[in-house]
Write a protein of this length. Structure first.
Lengths: 947, 71
């Protein structure tokens, strides 16, 4: 039975979700209300519209939808309420105790029909050829109110001749169909928080406008919230225009960033028509971004490889072979390497793009069939310092909060993260809270959008020099410790007091004072002091951080520094606070949870723990090694020195995503066998001998775990294009290597994970299908999961303060390489771009740019949009310059989404001291015009001399 | 593996750990927890041949690990 047929019970006929018109009330007080003769208890604050809808008495509506606050403009939802004059709008009228409401009376029916007549008089009557035919609320409501005639005629003068805006590749705006209900404008304001749309004109001339020439050139971020909110075909997905309405729905999880949004995949037959964010999604609650909502076309891109391929040498052409041949080819070569060079000469890498189940079987294959612990994961190059830092301070390698928690934060300390680009759906939650009045401190070398955007302005932007995070966080802690801002009661009750005393003595040293750190970081001491006071004195202060924290040579120290700060101020263990990593990929958390690191089995238990090892040995019937294996950088180094000869790479493009490309390529070229399991031939597969085609998230059956530890179901939306699930291929390889591994379906893998991993003990596909999603730990002690961690006690018992000495990176700017390059993501592209570059998202970002400050550009004779050579100690690449005041003088910035720009050609081998997470965020470089005759390696002085 | 890189990495760990009397214990524990045995062995061989280049804490950590491995 295929994964698709296994999951047929989750396929829902039809599309859409119930819409109760206004958001649910959060009140716990109940009132009694009678609607159309039915009396029941309803949460206080619920609108009459919602209360009626919940009992099956849906009231007609056009401007109301339950993702938006009530607006009361369309007048379709009028009702009669006993004892009240007139006909109030049910969307803006909250229920009251004893209220008696009538939703269907002659009076309101007449009013609704009259209103509908006005709408239809200025709306095209092309329903039969309209793309929203059958999915149009205006059409539905015309039917519901019994519209039979329009006294004003059908030749409206206000909208019918509006031109169509087709500038956006994913949706159209047809102004002729607009009823000016404001839902799109409000969605952009309230849900997305971009405020790109507005209503232009007044009265009959009111029109929705993106505020510029068209949608594409406007500030619109193509999140799709407006399209979702539109009750007509005014804002319509191009895919629906082209293909027609979908007919069935499967709920699944997005495979882009670590937010882990739930989506309703809507299909016609086996063809995906659109992805609609699910209101029931715990992470996203009905919101989406341009990637998850629209950029799924790569799954059926013609570049997909769907048949296995092998070759003896990387200089040979690929040969298409059967699965059996490919598996046997790989197994024989792996075994041959081990026979000649020893058991430790091979290993593998798991992928954060894959499901927990797929990851679990790869690490299991390596520990059993390969017989070693040489397994690592791409989390190595992003959030491994998070695991190290949070485990040592709090006791577990994960963020402390759920996403919802940000709604209770009074102060947000955002460090080294750019959520509006990299985690946009969470950013919308954060922006909503900031618009409500929460304060914001941004710590980043670059001026990200959140520093100042619509209705948001950070109190402080600590624009530090790349590589000085630890100095700044220590200085903030110094202020808190020396100015009496420590939450002494919290520390005494919750933390290890001896460790705290040691830490306090360390942090109060003069070397950690803001005045000393100012010289190191470039951040004025008074700003550090003010920011520290703001953080310490906020009722609820929450830290959110990203790769700008971890991808440094002191990444682990910085994570511990933030944990110290949160413990010292009592900001751990309740809503609105915490230390929260914004994970890069969809399943980074899961990859780490599943035992992908060479020193840990699933659930973060060290391989040296005899009792733990014995449990696995009993279950797996094999002897496991008690020592850590090689990390990715160790594997690459060992390959170059000839000790490591074969690798299984699950869905990671090492040759593009890992630092110092030349070094990575040399390592891959040195190996006797490179097996790549992926969707596309990528930079790494150029060095591969076996290519095992993988499945896209639309074909997978399993689970992803997002940044808030939420385990979400990933359901197969369509049949596997390769005919196999990825875990089946790994099982076949394991079998061919001599270790039998067999599962009938993915759920059996999760059952094994739950059996052997205490934090997953209660998790099963059956449970997830029943409750939607759950946050680990989910076990006997926490049967419904754990939204907030460390509530009464830290996982490790007492919170552990740790000293965090600031050790500057060895990567320094010099006369020869005077600028510091740092890297990041852009909204429309994703990581190495393998997926998004194969979609229309390239409309927004067709190449990587180098942001450079005007002063630095001027000194080098660089013009905007000019091609420039970027040279580091490691290599040189060419990028287009964009003169920008987002970066300070002395700092340059680029994204790394395009293989052609090769940002990692110039990044170095420096890495985090504790975890070897690469130092992507600090590379000393020099820039010159690409067409300059100045030779590679020239100094700025040389350039200036020539000028 | 390139032993110079291993030495650099181990020294980097030493530099980033708090400088207390138990530094050697912490360094040894870190190497034991996160380094593959072959890496630790290579490190020991090099350090043992160049003992003058390393701090007392560093030598103690590497020696302790080596003794444990032999035991």
């Amino acid at each position: 039975m295929t994964a698709l047929s296994e999951n047929l019970k989750y396929v829902r006929s039809g599309i859409g979700e119930p819409d109760y018109g206004t958001p649910a009330s959060t009140s716990t007080d109940m009132v009694s209300v009678t609607i159309d003769g039915i009396t029941r208890e309803v949460a206080a604050g619920t609108s009459v519209m919602r209360a009626a809808g919940e009992q099956g008495c849906a009231i007609p509506k056009l401007c109301a939808t339950d993702s938006l606050e009530p607006f009361g403009s369309c007048r379709m939802c009028v009702v009669e309420i006993d004892g009240r004059k007139g006909t109030p709008a049910s969307c803006t009228t909250p229920v009251e105790d004893g209220m008696v409401v009538r939703t269907q009376t002659t009076k309101v029916a007449k009013l609704r029909r009259s209103v509908m007549e006005l709408y239809i008089s200025d709306h095209p009557l092309d329903c039969l050829t309209c793309p929203a035919n059958g999915d149009c609320e205006l059409q539905d409501m015309a039917g519901v109110v019994g519209l039979r005639d329009v006294r004003y005629g059908y030749d409206g003068h206000n909208h019918l001749k509006e031109p169509k805006d087709t500038s956006n590749p994913y949706f159209e705006f047809d102004g002729s169909k607009c009823i000016v209900c404001n839902r799109c404008v409000r969605a952009c304001d309230e849900i997305q928080g971009t405020l790109a749309l507005t209503i232009e004109g007044r009265g009959f001339n009111s029109k929705v406008s993106p505020g510029g020439v068209n949608f594409l050139s406007s500030e619109c971020v193509s999140c799709g919230a407006c399209v979702q909110a539109c009750p007509t075909a005014t804002l319509q997905e191009v895919s629906v225009v082209n293909l027609g309405l979908p007919t069935r729905t499967v709920q699944t999880t997005c495979a882009y960033c670590g937010v882990g949004c739930s989506f309703n995949a809507e299909l016609r037959g086996d063809e995906l028509v659109r992805m609609v964010p699910a209101k029931t999604g715990g992470a996203n609650e009905g919101h989406s971004c341009v990637k998850g909502r629209f950029a799924w076309g790569y799954a059926s891109h013609s570049d997909r490889v769907t048949t296995p391929m092998v070759r003896d040498s990387i200089d040979d052409e690929w040969k298409v072979v059967s699965w059996e041949t490919a598996i046997s080819f790989a197994a024989e070569k792996f075994k041959d390497i081990q026979a000649r060079y020893g058991d430790n000469a091979i290993g593998g890498v798991t992928s954060s793009r894959c499901t927990n189940e797929e990851i679990f079987v790869v690490q299991k294959m390596i520990r059993t069939a390969f017989g070693n612990n040489n397994v690592d994961t791409c989390a190595r190059v992003c959030h491994s310092p998070t695991g190290y830092g949070l485990k040592n301070t709090f006791g577990t390698s994960a963020g402390t909060q759920n996403f919802k928690s940000v709604a209770k934060a009074d102060l947000i300390l955002l460090i080294g993260a750019n959520p509006t680009d990299a985690h946009p759906v969470f950013a919308s939650r954060m922006k909503r809270r900031l618009r409500q009045g929460a304060q914001l401190i941004v710590v980043d070398p670059r001026r990200i959008d959140l520093v100042k955007s619509a209705h948001i302005e950070a109190e402080y932007h600590l624009q530090l020099q790349p590589g000085t995070n630890v100095a700044v966080v220590n200085a903030m802690a110094h202020v808190i410790a020396t100015e009496g801002l420590i939450d002494e009661n919290y520390v005494a009750e919750r933390c290890d007091t001896e460790a705290f005393r040691t830490w306090r003595a360390f942090i109060e040293r003069p070397e950690n004072s803001p005045e000393v750190v100012e010289a190191q970081s470039g951040v004025p001491a008074d700003q550090i002091r003010a920011a520290a006071r703001l953080y310490a004195q906020a009722p609820n202060a929450a830290i959110y951080y990203g790769l700008g924290v971890t991808e440094h040579s002191q990444g682990s120290t910085m994570v511990m520094g933030m944990a110290n700060l949160a413990m010292a101020t009592g900001n751990i263990g309740r809503d609105g606070v915490g230390v929260n990593p914004l994970r890069g990929q969809n399943n980074v958390q899961g990859a780490c949870d599943m035992g992908s690191f060479p020193h840990e089995l699933s659930g973060y238990r060290h391989v040296s723990d005899i009792a733990v090892r014995e449990q696995f040995e009993m279950l797996w019937d094999v002897k496991l090694l008690p020592d850590p294996g090689l990390r990715i950088p160790n594997m690459l180094d060992a390959a170059i020195s000839g000790e490591f000869r074969g690798i299984f790479i699950q869905g990671e493009d090492l040759a593009q995503s890992d630092p110092n490309t030349k070094h990575v390529e040399q390592a891959l070229r040195s190996m006797d066998l490179v097996v790549v399991q992926d969707l596309f031939l990528n930079e790494t597969s150029a060095f591969a001998h076996v290519f095992l085609p993988g499945t896209s998230f639309l074909e997978k059956d399993g689970t992803f775990t997002n940044a808030e530890r939420r385990i979400n179901r990933v359901r197969p939306v369509m049949a596997s294009k390769t005919g196999k699930s990825e875990w089946e291929i790994v099982c076949d390889l394991s079998q061919a290597m001599g270790y039998p591994m067999h599962y009938n379906k993915a759920s059996e893998i999760m059952d094994e994970i739950a059996k052997i991993t205490p934090t997953f003990a209660n998790v099963s596909f059956e449970m997830l299908d029943r409750v939607g999603s759950v946050q680990w730990p989910c076990n006997e002690a926490a049967p419904t999961g754990t939204p907030i961690m460390h509530v009464d006690a830290f996982v490790r018992g007492k919170g552990q303060f740790l000293e965090t000495p600031f050790v500057p990176t060895d990567e320094r700017s010099t006369r020869k390489f005077p600028l510091l390059l740092t890297t990041g993501r852009i909204l429309s592209q994703y990581n190495v771009g393998a997926q998004t570059r194969r979609t229309d998202n390239s409309t927004w970002h067709s190449e990587d740019y180098l942001e450079i400050h005007e002063a630095d550009a001027l000194m080098r004779g660089i013009q905007n949009d000019q091609q420039v050579a970027v040279t580091s100690r490691i290599g040189e690449t060419i990028l287009r310059a964009k003169i920008s005041d987002r970066v300070p003088a002395g700092v340059v910035y680029t994204t790394f989404h395009h293989a052609t720009s090769g940002a990692n050609i110039i990044t170095t081998d420096y890495s985090d001291w504790a975890t070897n997470c690469p130092e992507y965020k600090v590379t000393a470089v020099e820039i010159r015009p690409a067409d300059s005759s100045v030779s590679n390696g020239s100094t700025l002085d040389d350039v200036l001399m020539k000028a | 593996m390139d032993v110079n890189k291993l030495v650099y990495m181990a020294l980097q760990i030493e530099k980033n750990l708090p400088d207390h009397d138990n530094l050697h214990t912490k360094l040894a524990a870190h190497l034991e927890s996160f380094w593959a045995p072959a890496m630790r062995g290579q490190l020991y061989d090099y350090v043992n041949a160049h003992r003058d280049d390393f701090s007392e804490h560093f030598l103690r950590a590497v020696d302790d690990l080596h003794a444990q491995a032999k035991a």
